[in-house]
Each structure stands twice: as structure tokens, then as C-alpha cells.
Design a protein around this ligand. Structure first.
Ligand code: AMP
Length: 518
């Protein structure tokens, strides 16, 4: 195995998407979209970014009309509430996250989160169109219990820059519920087809047609999959840059656990928004060092990293206010009932998500230093996100020193980091290998029966954790772990490689269309 990547996602070319529907008024025509994968200095080269649609013909006033894809409740005096389906006129979208709009029913002017809306009548405004969803994520969303057979979504193809994929939930006697993926191929004239004998002018036409007749699909398209709410990166528009918040706006409700830094609580911000609050033990780190690190963390955004919302740092203990992840740490989750019943596919999905978050940090040259199952959090639908990236560097606790400290994560740390304090993204790859072992053994402590000191000595001599017999781990995944634990850091795989590896693991190619006589 090498460190080469499988496909260069940033190679995707721009394309136009038309719904083929005529706008009801004559003010908006659906326009060309920018590339789906745009290198962005703010977000990292490989980050998936929502395209910024630009209409070919703006309204008489020169502004675009967008339609709300979700409900949104204003959090401040500066933002505007809306309901799914409401129409809004965009005044300014130069800030990527918060757009200034006028609500066309209430005439209220203010800010809205730009990722809650789409250009009216564009394909992105369709309930069934999922812009930034991978095949693995499509499987996960569609397999949710509440979705009946025939629930579907359309997403841009991961392999064909001009094509799309139709993912449909199916049921078969032998296989039970599963998802089938069909290629939607583009025509030279801008149309689309699944089968060459049935072509359509637009994706909407294609979906409408297959909603009436299966024509050889596993099932007629019955209903669009429910779209998960988009990620919020701030508590509200006023907290983009000013993220020190008054402590009395936070209501601590329930203790979730105790971590490296101190107690962690579930709470509410202004009694409305769910948050997780980390309270920093006095002396755990210098306030100044922490705030510098937090400012960096705030800039890192990826759907596989836990969002840092705000801090309360004016008095001790400092609060770090984060996105709340309902199922807690991956380690606890794996050991509890729900985690124990996870299927192999779910474990692969978690391995993929963690690699993907780390791939982002790799592209930003940020080293985590404490990657472990305890520092990955789980939300609904087995969504996994990495937390505490960068914080290990500013911990001042003596117990957290390499070699001597009782809290130092010896079993997760690469030998060169323990011995020479040479932390790098490659020492994170080592830790990822250990995390894989935790994952596939459902939360077993690594190097069972060995003490930290013994682990350091043995690993230096070339000892590596053997493949456990107690749990199912395919040879090729165990080999990946060994590659992560290569004594030479430069021989370890990149996170980019690991992401592609787990994304493609055990995936049969999209099924060709099976002709069934009419
Ligand atoms: P930590 O300080 O990150 O080790 O956190 C200690 C425990 O608090 C974890 O094991 C989780 O169970 C819980 N926790 C930490 N952060 C969050 C979060 N953002 N959402 C939900 N639970 C969390």
C-alpha cells in the first residue's frame, strides 16, 4: 500500500444545472453553478463547499430570490425567522455564512444562514436533491427506519463530474433493507438518462417520470429522503467574530462527563439552543494560550469536526461552548448497548468519517496530538466528529507530559512523539491506527494487560498489537493498522488515502440499469 490518493476531487469541473421548469414569474432564471469542490483558503483544499448559485437573470431590482429549505428561528435582533418554502430576496451574500435578505411575506430585512436556502426553482431547491452527500452518507440517511421502500435522493456523482447518482431504498427477502445506487448520465444537449431509451430534459423531469413508473428500477420513487438540518458554525450572526458570550446566557443542565480539561455539561444557550459546555479546570492551561488556540480552532470548519461556538473566559472556570453531540464519546458509545450492536458497515462508516475530519486537519497542517476514540463524538445516525483538536498543545498539567504524566496517552502516541516530542500529522496517523483497533474491538483498551511503560519499551523494539481473535477484523484492515504503526513516520499513509480507503471499502460499483419490458 502506498500513500497515493485515489481520486483528485478538486478536479471536478463547473457545470450547469437546470431544473427545466419555467419560473412562474419572469424574474429569476436558474443559472450556472460554481464547481462543487472549490479550493478555498479559508476551508482547505479538499473541503466540500456548497456552491454559490448565481442567476443568469436577476430580478428587476437586481436581486435574487431564494427559497427556504428548512425552518429557521431568529437568534438575535439582526436575523430573520423563516419557514420551509418561504421566499426571500437576497440583498448581500458577500459573507459566506450570513446573507442579508428581505423576507418577501413579512418584508422584514435581516440576516439568514446562507446554507438554509437555495435559488428558487434551482435543482438545489428540490427536496430530493442532496448537494454534499457521499454514497456512504446516502446509505445511512436512506436506511433510517422511518423511510419506506422507494425513498430516494439524487446527489452529484462522486466519480463523474457531470453526472449524478440516484439512491433508492429497497427491500428484498434475502437482503432485507438496503440501498441501490443508479448512475444518472448527462447527455450532450444538457439532458439526463438512466437508461438510454428514456431521456429527459432535466433531473426534475427524470424524477417525476420515475415517480410514476419504475421502468426497471428496484422500486418506483416513493418519497424524497428527509434532509438533515445544515451545520451551524456560530450561535448567531453577531457571534461570527465576537465569540466571547456572557456566562449568564448559558444554562448548565446535566453533567455529561469528565475529560482532560474538566467537567463537561449539556446545556442551553439563551434557553433555546442545545450546547455542550466544557469547563476548564483551574490551572489546566493558561487562559491566554487557550484563547489563542481557540481562535485558531474557531476558524477550522469541517462537517467532521465539532464546531466551537463560543467561550466565556472573563472568569474561572473558563467555558468552552461547543456543538452538542447527542450520543457522547465514541469510546462510551462503543461500549454501551447501542454501540455493541453496531454492524461492521457502521464501523467502516465511522472509520471513514474520522479519516475525513483528519484529512481536513492534514490539509490545514494542524496536528491533533490526542486522537483517540474518547475524542471523537457521536451524534444521530452515527455521525462522528472529532473534538479537542489542537488543545493538547496548550495543556499545562504535569500529568499530561510525555513519559512521566499519568494522563499522557502513551498507548495512542507514536514512539517519536513520546521520545523526542516530535508530533506531526504522521504521529496523528499512528493514533488513528490505535483508534481503528478501539473501533473494531468495540472499545477495548489498546495493548490489553500491558502498562504504559511496557508499551513504550516493547513498541520501540518493534512490537505491535496483534490482530485480536475476539472480534472480526479483515486482514486488509489489520494491515492498514500496521501501516499506520510503521516505525518510519514517512511510510505511514496519509489521511487523504485513509479517507478514500474507507469510503470505498466493500462498495460494489453502482448497478447498471436493468431493462424490464414495459
Ligand atoms: P472530554 O473533555 O472531551 O474528554 O469530554 C468528556 C465527556 O464529555 C466525553 O466523554 C463525552 O461523553 C462528553 N462530551 C464532550 N464534548 C461533548 C459534546 N460536544 N457533545 C456531547 N458530549 C460531549
Amino acid at each position: 500500500m502506498g500513500n497515493q490518493c485515489c481520486s483528485k476531487r478538486e478536479d471536478v469541473e463547473p457545470r450547469s444545472i437546470y431544473t427545466g421548469l419555467k419560473p412562474s414569474g419572469n424574474d429569476v432564471k436558474i443559472g450556472a453553478l460554481e464547481p462543487r469542490y472549490t479550493p478555498d483558503p479559508q476551508r482547505g483544499q479538499f473541503d466540500i463547499i456548497r456552491p454559490r448559485p448565481t442567476p443568469t437573470r436577476p430580478t428587476a431590482s437586481g436581486h435574487r430570490i431564494v427559497v427556504a429549505l428548512y425552518n429557521y428561528t431568529a437568534r438575535d435582533v439582526t436575523d430573520v425567522s423563516f419557514r420551509k418554502g418561504d421566499r426571500l430576496q437576497v440583498i448581500d451574500d458577500s459573507d459566506g455564512d450570513w446573507w442579508t435578505v428581505i423576507h418577501l411575506s413579512t418584508a422584514q430585512e435581516g440576516l439568514i444562514p446562507g446554507n438554509f436556502v437555495a435559488i428558487e426553482l434551482s435543482v438545489e431547491s428540490e427536496d430530493w436533491f442532496f448537494e454534499n452527500v457521499s454514497r456512504k452518507e446516502a446509505d445511512k440517511l436512506l436506511l433510517a427506519e422511518e423511510n419506506p421502500r422507494g425513498t430516494f435522493l439524487v446527489r452529484p456523482s462522486e466519480h463523474n463530474p457531470h453526472g449524478y447518482s440516484l439512491s433508492v431504498k429497497d427491500w428484498e427477502e434475502q437482503r432485507g433493507y438496503h440501498v441501490k445506487h443508479y448512475k444518472i448520465k448527462p447527455l450532450d444537449n444538457g439532458g439526463f438518462y438512466i437508461s438510454t431509451n428514456k431521456t429527459f430534459h432535466s433531473l426534475s423531469e427524470l424524477v417525476q417520470a420515475y415517480s410514476k413508473n419504475a421502468w426497471g428500477l428496484c422500486h418506483v420513487l416513493s418519497r424524497p429522503c428527509a434532509k438533515p438540518q445544515p451545520q451551524m458554525w456560530d450561535l448567531g450572526p453577531t457571534f461570527r467574530d465576537k465569540w466571547e458570550i456572557p456566562r449568564d446566557e448559558i444554562h448548565l443542565i446535566r453533567r455529561l462527563g469528565r475529560g482532560n480539561f474538566g467537567e463537561v455539561y449539556y446545556g442551553k444557550w439563551r434557553d433555546t439552543i442545545d450546547v455542550a459546555v466544557k469547563t476548564l479546570r483551574e490551572g489546566a492551561m493558561s487562559t491566554q494560550a487557550f484563547l489563542q488556540e481557540a481562535a485558531i480552532m474557531k476558524k477550522f470548519r469541517h462537517k467532521r469536526l465539532v464546531a466551537l461556538y463560543a467561550v466565556c473566559s472573563k472568569e474561572e472556570p473558563i467555558y468552552i461552548v461547543q456543538e452538542y453531540m447527542s450520543k457522547g464519546s465514541l469510546l462510551d458509545f462503543l461500549r454501551k448497548e447501542e454501540g455493541k450492536t453496531l454492524e461492521f458497515e457502521d464501523l467502516i462508516y465511522i472509520a471513514f468519517q474520522v479519516a475525513s475530519g483528519m484529512e481536513y486537519l492534514e490539509s490545514k497542517q494542524l496536528i491533533h496530538r490526542d486522537l483517540a476514540a474518547r475524542n471523537v463524538l457521536i451524534g444521530e445516525n452515527n455521525i462522528a466528529k472529532i473534538c479537542d483538536f489542537g488543545l493538547a498543545r496548550v495543556i499545562e498539567d504535569n500529568e499530561y507530559c510525555p513519559r512521566q504524566g499519568s494522563r499522557f496517552p502513551v498507548k495512542w502516541t507514536a514512539p517519536e512523539a513520546i521520545i523526542y516530542a516530535k508530533f506531526s500529522i504522521k504521529s496523528d496517523v499512528w493514533s488513528y491506527g490505535i483508534l481503528l483497533m478501539e473501533l473494531f474491538t468495540h472499545g477495548q483498551v489498546p495493548y490489553p494487560g500491558m502498562h504504559g511503560r511496557e508499551v513504550i519499551d516493547q513498541v520501540e523494539k518493534g512490537y505491535r498489537m496483534p490482530k485480536p481473535t475476539s472480534h472480526y477484523i479483515p486482514d486488509e484492515i489489520y494491515q492498514i493498522m500496521l501501516n499506520c504503526w510503521d516505525a518510519k513516520p514517512e511510510n505511514r499513509p496519509t489521511f487523504e488515502f485513509l479517507t478514500h480507503y474507507f469510503e470505498g471499502f466493500n462498495v460494489t460499483s453502482e448497478i447498471p440499469y436493468r431493462e424490464v419490458p414495459d
